[in-house]
Write a protein that binds this ligand. Sequence first.
Ligand code: V3L
Length: 85
Amino acid sequence: ENGDFQWYYEGRNGWWKYDERSNAELETAFNSGEANCALLLAGALYNIDFQNMIQIRRGDPTRRRKVRRDTPTLVVKGIAGIKNL
Ligand code: V3L
């Protein structure tokens, strides 16, 4: 049951959707009141910090992106790096 909220991460000129599995993990962690959620994304480990709503690469905190949790209807660049047609 995934239809209520979608998680997004920042690109250069717009937002990307997280892949479905990562979105479900984020929702579970967020709704459980966790402070953050660890995810493997494109082969690297990241932490999503729910207080600051940022995604930070583990071991390289300079690699950070804003994240947002919103309705699934936002216009996006694509999903997890797969561009919209
Ligand atoms: N899901 C999938 N791939 C990700 C994610 C994620 N949540 N976070 C980072 N990457 P960094 P434009 C993104 C990828 O933050 O043109 C997009 O998905 C990230 O991919 O520096 O700037 C696009 O594929 C990047 O390739 O650790 O909007 C690409 O950037 C790599 O991990 C270009 O998007 C390093 O990200």
